[in-house]
Write a new protein. Structure first.
Ligand code: PMP
Length: 348
């Protein structure tokens, strides 16, 4: 018998959003607006090149990101989605049995990737659907190597403010890596939610994680990155699966990065729709936390699965978290209307 790692049998499965044919899918926090200008043409031109390996070091992409963030290229490392960059970060700091702290519920990959890296997940309950930063500091022990701050938090959509975040960073020991995961940053109100890079980027134990999967509309191509102190970024590059970011993904990301006005315009449309959906759901009697992301959270507890089934019967797919609630991605206005019509006919 092959001896597999015992810890893997306890691994929770990553649950992807379902995509039945013909249904409106509001389950995976994708952009509903498709590709940014120029991306499709670039991909079409480059497709003939895929018989070759991509640029291992993703030099043009890293240079574009460095210019975009006004940091040295040494501080950037890329991966196949920010999920892979999470894994690379964990492989950089976690040895067997080390602890990784994160709020819970939060991005479901954190406990999975921690366990795969040989670490022990330490989930810290949210307070009022928001990261409890005090409790997260209190959960840090001498075995803690990393703490994830998902801001805004997936799936509850709430965010922590600048004062709370920098106070938190002050209290985390300097040998613990703080990963500020900003997958949804483009949808957050800049007056309420800090830019982790501007606020904490100069600290030696802070890494900011970003992705092209949401506002940049490239979820299917798999490209994300971190901005980190140069020594950490070097290790994140070492722990990457070689060639994991395809040439198409690298090229598309550079083109997408060159469209900041269009990214902002689309994000503003989503934010306006988010406020409309939130208002309507609240008028129907739902508790809906203030969202800073491209989705809203319905803390329906045990009724969540029933709500999701009702929506699925009406050809709208949302994402239930059994026993906790339902996450609804903000789509196109007519898609959101379909969701709202189903919410109206739901008898919870
Ligand atoms: N972080 C958060 C908080 C997310 O919600 C997601 C995607 N669901 C990711 C990271 C990873 O996204 P990707 O791997 O597509 O970059």
């Amino acid at each position: 018998m092959v001896r597999v790692r015992a810890s893997l049998s306890r691994l929770p499965a990553y649950v992807p959003g379902r995509k039945p044919h013909g249904a409106i899918v509001l389950a995976s926090n994708e952009s509903p607006y498709g590709l940014l200008p120029g991306v499709a043409e670039t991909l079409a031109e480059a497709v003939g090149g895929v018989s070759r390996y991509p640029d291992l070091r993703a030099v043009p992409l890293i240079e574009a990101l460095a210019a975009h963030h006004r940091v040295e290229p040494e501080r950037i490392a890329v991966g196949a989605g920010s999920s892979e960059v999470c894994a690379q970060l964990l492989h950089t700091v976690v040895s067997s049995g080390d602890e990784v702290v994160f709020g819970w519920r939060s991005f479901e990959a954190y406990p999975i990737l921690t366990t795969v890296a040989g670490g022990t997940p330490v989930p810290v309950p949210l307070r009022e659907h928001t990261l409890d930063l005090d409790a997260m500091v209190a959960a840090i022990t001498s075995r803690t190597r990393a703490v994830f701050v998902c801001n805004p938090n997936n799936p509850t959509s709430t965010a922590v403010g600048a004062g709370a975040l920098s106070d938190f960073a002050d209290r985390v020991p300097e040998d613990v890596l703080i990963v500020v995961d900003e997958a949804y940053r483009e949808y957050a109100d800049p007056a309420a939610v800090p830019d982790g890079l501007a606020l904490l980027g100069d600290r030696p134990n802070v890494v900011v994680l970003r992705t092209f999967s949401k506002a940049y509309g490239l979820a299917g191509l798999r490209v994300g990155y971190c901005v980190a102190p140069p020594g950490i970024a070097a290790h994140v590059r070492r722990t990457q699966v070689p060639f994991s970011v395809s040439a198409l993904a690298q090229l598309a990301a550079v083109v997408a990065l060159g469209e900041p006005a269009e990214v902002a315009r689309r994000a503003a449309l989503t934010v306006a729709e988010r406020e409309r959906v939130t208002g309507r759901l609240r008028a129907l009697g739902h508790e809906v936390p203030d969202s800073q992301a491209n989705f809203v959270w319905l803390p329906l507890g045990g009724d969540g699965e029933n709500f999701a089934l009702h929506c699925a019967d009406g050809q709208v797919v949302v994402r239930p978290f059994p026993g906790e609630g339902v996450r609804v991605t903000i789509g196109l206005p007519e898609e959101n209307d379909a969701l709202l019509a189903l919410a109206e006919t739901w008898k919870g």
